[in-house]
Design a binder for this molecule. Structure first.
Ligand code: FAD
Length: 626
């Protein structure tokens, strides 16, 4: 049995923030997360570091908290924040009377809202609709959720904290009205064991009701689902908001080379992250008031998350009517179960402040009187000049800062050493996000990594333009060379990752998106044969040694793979097939790819198609050796 001072349930922003605060005050803490860190709402959001202006009129507390935290996070976590601004625009569809109310509310909350002329705005953001009536510059920015959470975890572990991912809390243990600890189950080993603690914090976001329910406590959480669209372009330099009462599809947040449009708000089950084509079409329609040419931008994927909104005693409250502020419920006072607290609501932006308030309440109970220092202690140490200079000598172009920001100075120095000792380690496995073999190998071997999706959250592999089309097979081959702890079932590795990617692509399969989807399917379903359910039409096509190491996407697959499933009302499939992808240039990636192909259970590469495929056409092309 493990023992600690505090157990925190939930590895989202709320739980991570509390863990770091406790560790900095010298309190022993274990964070328990049933999935990977940031697998809940804290990765299913816009990635907006709010200025608070959006909430200024209706929720002045939330607005003030946002602007305070915006300033702090820019200072203590610069590697996680893209230091841009946000522009609020009033379109002809927005209520003019709201504008003056909003300007006054921003001033009251201490949020700067600098007026811009329409000309100035269009000069700064040429893609915005020229029909806009007015605009203001505010201090909103973009924040990388995964990166922030992993840096928080790393800094907490250095201070003595412990993280248990893929560990589900299945029971809350108490005796005589006082918390004793929790019972957890490890997803992979299936082991069930107890963790004893003096204090228990429920920071499980939209699952707060379920977790409190394990102790027989009722909390009125109203999970509110929001859908987000990722575009394959940076449509604007700054965050763009509509200047009106918060509503659907009125925020565009640029991140690196992509833009996220959000969102919607509807009551949902917290496990429901489904999205529909209808939602996407409706959001695109609204989004056109901001960017008239929106339809011309290619959509990468769609995803959804659930806000953990606390509705108090109001059983009928729902959606945007529920406050975005946070609550800390002391279950000792409220429900007679001492040393147990639930923390819910709030925003990603305000997670640090929520944690400070919570720790100020619970630390005295533990006999700890230390003050909070999270507002001033830097999250990561800056890399030395010497390390960055060494890195620039061996790293592929553009990758240096990205990799350092993702991994932090300690890990980054190991990556640089690996590449210095073996230049093949500098090979790029994911071109979209500039992820090297050294970075993939290092993260793959860490005990918290169990899948290619875990690798993705740590490195951003597969999150760029190709959505994993070219890097997944390289990654699978690469990880198999360095660990067999989680990599032995090749087909499962592929399926787990690609299915998760496809979930976000299905609702947006139209136009050019179909071409990309067909290319991906050509590579994975036809060439690498990962789809067991299909029908095998030719099971004896052996790739030559050369083919196995270059593994180009098969021509036949591109020309004849079936149209997307009927559930998607997509326009007719494009006539022209896309060009074949180049096999990875460096020899190791090709070898890894070949290994992935052959170790996927297919000593002989098979071509499989679903029932709707033109079998005859494939066979004809196979005969012709295409
Ligand atoms: C669509 C959308 C857009 C948003 N946009 C923004 C934005 O741009 N900026 C912003 O500041 N905020 C935004 N928010 C709000 C913000 O994302 C959330 O407030 C915040 O991420 C909540 O974090 P959390 O840690 O409380 O919950 P979560 O991140 O959901 O973490 C809870 C964790 O608890 C775990 N858990 C659940 N049950 C158990 C169990 N039994 N055992 C162990 N672990 C368990 C879950 O797996 C989960 O990882 C947005 C929210 C949504 C839905």
């Amino acid at each position: 049995m493990l023992e600690t001072d505090v157990v925190i349930i939930g590895g989202g922003a709320t739980g991570a923030g509390i863990m770091r605060d406790l560790c900095l005050r010298g309190v022993k803490a274990i964070l328990v997360e049933r999935g990977d860190l940031g697998c809940g709402t804290s990765s299913r959001f816009h990635g907006l570091l709010h200025s608070g202006a959006r909430y200024a009129v209706k929720d002045s507390n939330a607005a003030i908290e946002c602007i305070e935290e915006n300033k702090i996070l820019r200072k203590i976590a610069p590697e996680c924040v893209e230091p841009i601004k946000s522009i609020f625009i009033r379109t002809p569809e927005d209520d003019e009377a709201y504008e003056s109310q909003w300007v006054q509310a921003c001033a009251r909350a201490g949020i700067s809202a600098e007026p811009l002329t329409v000309e100035q705005t269009l000069e700064m953001e040429p893609n915005i609709s020229p029909k806009i009536k007015s605009a203001y510059l505010c201090p909103g920015a973009a924040i990388d959720g995964f990166r922030l959470l992993w840096h928080i975890f790393d800094s907490s572990v250095k201070l003595g904290g412990k993280l248990l991912t893929y560990t589900n809390v299945v029971a809350i243990n108490s005796s005589n009205g006082v918390i004793e600890g929790v019972t957890v189950q490890d997803k992979y080993t299936k082991e069930t064991y107890k963790i004893a603690c003096k204090y228990l914090i429920n920071a499980s976001g939209p699952w707060c009701s379920q977790v409190a329910g394990l102790a027989g406590i009722d909390i009125n959480i109203k999970p509110s689902k929001g859908t987000l669209i990722a575009f394959n372009h940076r449509i604007s330099t700054n965050v763009i908001h509509r200047l009106h009462k918060p509503a659907d599809a009125d925020i565009f947040v640029p991140h690196g080379t992509v833009t996220i449009l959000g969102t919607t708000s509807m009551d949902a089950d917290p496990d429901d992250s489904s999205t529909t084509q209808e939602e996407v079409r409706a959001m695109m329609e609204i989004g056109k008031a901001t960017f008239e040419d929106l339809e011309k931008y290619r959509i990468l994927r769609v995803f959804a998350g659930c806000r953990p909104l606390y509705a108090g005693d109001d059983k009928n409250a729902s959606g945007r009517a529920v406050s975005r502020d946070f609550v800390a419920l002391d279950h000792g006072q409220r429900d007679g179960l001492k040393n147990f607290m639930s923390v819910c609501g709030g925003k990603f932006t305000t997670h640090r402040q929520m944690a400070e308030k919570v720790c100020d309440m619970i630390c005295p109970v533990l006999g700890n009187t230390k003050k909070c220092t999270t507002a001033s202690v830097m999250l990561t140490e800056a890399p030395s000049k010497e390390l960055m200079e060494r890195a620039r000598k061996v790293f592929p172009a553009y990758g240096v800062e990205l990799s350092e920001h993702r991994q932090g100075a300690d890990r980054f120095s190991k990556i640089v050493s690996k590449i210095e000792h073996d230049k093949d380690q500098g090979e790029i496995i994911c071109e979209c996000e500039n992820v090297t073999r050294a970075e993939v190998e290092m993260v793959a071997q860490e005990p918290t990594t169990h899948s290619i999706s875990d690798l993705r959250r740590r490195t951003r592999l597969g999150m760029g333009t190709c959505q994993g089309t070219f890097c997944t097979y390289r990654a699978v081959g690469t990880v198999q060379e360095v660990t067999d702890r989680w990599t032995s079932n090749t087909k499962e590795l592929f399926k787990e990752f690609l299915e998760a990617r496809w979930k976000g692509i299905r609702p947006v399969m139209w136009g050019n998106q179909i071409r990309d989807v067909e290319l991906t399917r050509g590579i994975y379903e036809v060439s690498l044969n990962i789809n067991k359910e299909g029908e095998t039409v030719n099971d004896s096509i052996k790739p030559s040694a050369k083919e196995a190491t270059t593994a180009k996407a098969p021509q036949a697959a591109k020309a004849v793979t079936p149209a997307p499933k009927a559930e998607v009302k997509a326009p007719a499939a494009p006539k022209a097939a896309p060009a074949a992808p180049k096999a990875p240039a460096a020899p190791k990636a090709a070898a890894a790819q070949a290994k992935a192909a052959t170790s996927s259970g297919d000593a002989q590469m098979q071509i499989k198609v679903t029932k709707r495929a033109d079998k005859a056409a494939i066979q004809a092309q196979v005969k012709e050796g295409k």
